[in-house]
Structures are given as C-alpha cells and as structure tokens.
Design a protein around this ligand. Structure first.
Ligand code: PFF
Length: 452
C-alpha cells in the first residue's frame, strides 16, 4: 500500500495541491455565507465559536480526511472500502463515502444557484447598475433580480454547464494554472474592500460587531451553525478532500499543508466580514438580511468608490471563479464514483451527475421567488437543503471520519501517513481526533436535539 499511486496521477508539487485544495475551500462559503450567518447569529461570540470549531475540530478532521485519501488513493467509496478492509472494521464504513457523494450533489445544487447570482452581478457591474447606488437602490436591484425565476435559472444553468465542462476534462489539467492568479487576486480585492470599509463611519462598529463577543446572543443552534460552517468552509466531511488527498505525493506533510489551507480559508472569511459589516452598518442595512447580505451591501461600495466600476467587475468575476473551483470539488466524488464503480465514460458521468444536480437546483432557485411560500418545518427548499447538508450531513460525516481515524484505523497506519516530525504532535492530533472532535460534534448535536 505504501507505494501505491493514484490511478489519476499526482499533483505536480506541494504548491499545486495547496492551491487546488485552497481553491476548493475558498468559495462562496467564505465570502457570501460566513458574513450572512455571522450577521444572523449575533457577531463576535459566533465568530469565536467558529474559530474554535475550525482549529479544534476542522483541522484534525481535515487531516484525517486527507490521510484517508492518500492511503486509499481512489474515490471516497473505494477508498473507504480499502481502509475498512485494512482496519478489519465493519463492512458498512464505505457508506461514509456514499453520504459524502450525496452531500456534494445536494450542496452543489444550491451553490450553483448562488454562484449564478454572482454571474448575474458581473453583468450588473459591467452595465453600471451600481453607479452611485444607495442602500435602497442596492436592495431594489437584488430584489428585482431574485424575483425573476427565469434569470436565476438561466445563470444557474450557465454555471452548471461551465462546472461540468471543466470536470469533464479531468481534474488537475489546466485548472491548477487558473488558481495561481485566483487566490492572490481575491486577497487583493478583499484588501481593497477593507480599505473602502475603513473610509466609512462605521468601521470600528463593524469590527466591534465581528470581534467583540456577546455570549448572551449565542444559542445552541448558533453553535451547530458554526460547526456546520467550519465543515462547509473547509470543504470537509464529504469526501472532496479525500479525492484531493488521493493525488497527494507521499513526501508532502499533511499537517503543514492542511494548516496552511485552513488558515488561508479562515483569513478570507474574516477579511470578507471586516469589509462587509462596516458597509452594512454605515448604510443602515439590517445585519440579518440573510443570503442577500453581500449582494445588497457590496454594490454600494463599488458604486461609490474610486475605480469602483472596474473593481466591481473584477470582484464578481473572482467570486464566480472561486465558486467554480469549489463546485468542481463538490461534484468530483460523484463523477469519479460513476467512472470507477459504474464503468461510465467520464463525459457521460458528468452528464448524469451534473444533470441531477442541475434539476435539483430548480428547487432552490424558485425558493427565492415563486416558491418562497412553499415551506417544510417553516423552511424553504433552499433553507431545508442548507440545513440538511451543512448542519446535519457534514457534521455527521466529520464525526464518522473522526471515529474511523481515531478508533478504527490502526495507529501505525495513521502515524505512517501523517509522518510527523515529533511524536508529540502525532499524539496531540490523535487526542483531538479521538476525544475532542468526536465529543464536540456529539454534544453539539445532542444539545440541539434538546437532550443536553
Ligand atoms: N468550501 C467551499 C466554500 O466555502 O464555498 C464549499 C465546499 C467546497 C464545500 C467543496 C464542500 C466541498 F467539498
């Protein structure tokens, strides 16, 4: 097993892996979702819980998922089957790969709808819609846009076609290159927006909201949302990282690379928050605007800053690309499963997986307009899918990964894969994965179900 290479080849370098995995991690989750759920959940205290979830649960689980991938070197279902056999564990473990695949398709179905909004906003940026816009104008723009089922379905379709086109051409080809400019470009634009936020009269108020914890605002559900967001944002708990790990050369240190990726991912989310909240507050926008938050606030910045026309276009183009690099990771587990387990040709597998995802996306697209009143448990189709995937499937997936890595897999195997320089570091990881990660996820679940 030690000499096994991925049947798909390997990343050309450690940097290539870091860029691709960061491309998967950094996406709408950081720039669109983190600010809006932070707004909905009261700010500072939520952010602290989120950071703790990333550091103490997210990073150890992400390391575990990567090491599974590198050890198994195949799609998540196969990889889990191989590791299950090696560990002599219960034959049902490969279902973990299944759940991840399904979670990926479900997430992509609505992720693509939101990415479609970003596509639509590229056009709005180009045609000058943001010029001199105020809070009410930006809100009207967003409402008019999302009220149109046709527009949302059009962009959702376009985004899915682009995603499947790239996936059909194979994973690492060509794509590595585009990420080289994507991540640095995104950082630059976020810094620019932070610069603009500094010129508003609510900069410090925004920082206060984001970093000054008021624990009285923290609910049990907010903790679950923070945990779910840690999984969502890092892109873990569903096999995507396992797929990328399968391409990772043996010599590369998992600990170092995963830490770099997690830190970069977190910095992007925090920068987005630092840029957005001052704009929201200084324009009197509600903090809990929900999924529309960045679309209602950032146009004000672009419409009123120097060079805003160009920066607005660049920003939304970057956002679309960041979403693309995540979408590819979301669908890859399903596609590689169809290819490897069902013997399908890659192009055909993309049609199948992409087609199902695209159709499911209709439910989410319509839940922002004509289907807004269709609710189950008081949630729209989009809300329901988001809850099901981020707050249930990903944490359950993460829990199972932690159990498998900490309790099923032989210590010698995980130790060999992680190959840490200091035995103490390995022990720390093992403690976190065996006890802390598992207990934390379990307790958060119980508390939400009302048992604790
Ligand atoms: N991490 C991505 C984001 O924050 O937008 C979303 C995502 C990508 C989740 C890949 C899961 C995944 F496998």
């Amino acid at each position: 097993m030690d000499t096994k290479k991925s049947i798909h080849g390997e990343w050309s370098s450690r940097t290539a892996f870091i860029l691709a995995a960061t491309g998967s991690a950094v996406g709408l989750g950081n720039i669109w979702k983190f600010p809006y759920i932070t707004g909905e959940n009261g700010g500072g205290a939520f952010v602290i819980v989120y950071l703790l979830c990333v550091a103490l649960v997210g990073i150890p689980v992400m390391m575990a998922e990567t090491l599974f991938g590198r050890r198994g070197r195949e799609n998540p279902v196969h990889t889990m089957a191989i590791l299950t056999k090696e560990a002599n564990a219960d034959e049902h473990w490969p279902y973990l790969g299944w759940m991840g695949m399904i979670a990926g398709v479900l997430i992509l179905s609505y992720y693509s709808v939101i990415a479609g909004w970003a596509c639509g906003y590229v056009l709005k940026a180009i045609d000058g819609s943001f010029f001199g816009v105020d809070a009410q104008g930006a809100k009207n723009l967003f409402m008019a846009f999302t009220a149109s089922p046709l527009q949302l379905l059009f962009w959702h379709t376009g985004f899915m076609v682009a995603t499947m086109f790239i996936v059909a051409r194979g994973l690492s080809q060509g794509f590595e290159k585009s990420i080289h400019f994507l991540i640095p470009g995104l950082f630059l634009l976020l810094f620019l927006l932070v610069g603009y936020a500094m010129t508003t009269d609510s900069y410090f108020q925004g920082l206060h909201f984001l970093f000054n914890p008021d624990f009285s605002k923290l609910t049990g559900n907010a903790i679950l949302v923070a945990l779910g967001q840690a999984f969502f944002s890092l892109g873990i708990g569903m096999g995507a990282v396992m797929v990328y790990g399968a391409y990772l050369p043996k010599k590369v240190s998992i600990t170092e690379t995963i830490t770099i990726i997690a830190v970069a991912d977190t910095v992007v989310a925090l920068l987005a928050g630092i840029a957005i909240f001052p704009i929201v507050l200084s324009n009197g926008l509600p903090l809990n605007s929900g999924p529309g938050l960045i679309f209602e606030s950032l146009p004000i910045a672009f419409g009123n800053m120097f060079g805003g026309w160009l920066f607005g276009i660049l920003f939304f183009v970057m956002l679309v690309f960041a979403a693309l690099s995540s979408s590819i990771a979301l669908i890859e587990p399903a596609v590689s499963w169809l290819v490897e387990n069902k013997g399908m040709e890659r192009g055909k597998a993309c049609w199948y997986a992409g087609g199902v995802t695209w159709l499911l996306g209709f439910g989410s697209a319509l839940s922002f307009n004509v289907g807004a009143d269709v609710t189950v448990f008081g949630k729209t189709f989009y809300d329901l899918l988001d809850y099901l995937t981020s707050n249930l499937m990903l944490p359950i997936g993460g829990f199972c990964i932690a159990i498998f890595a900490g309790w099923m897999m032989g210590q010698a195997h995980s130790e060999a894969e992680l190959a840490m320089a200091k035995p103490l570091h390995y022990q720390a990881w093992r403690l976190l994965i065996r006890y802390l990660a598992t207990t934390a996820i379990f307790v958060v679940f119980l508390s939400v179900v009302g048992v604790v």
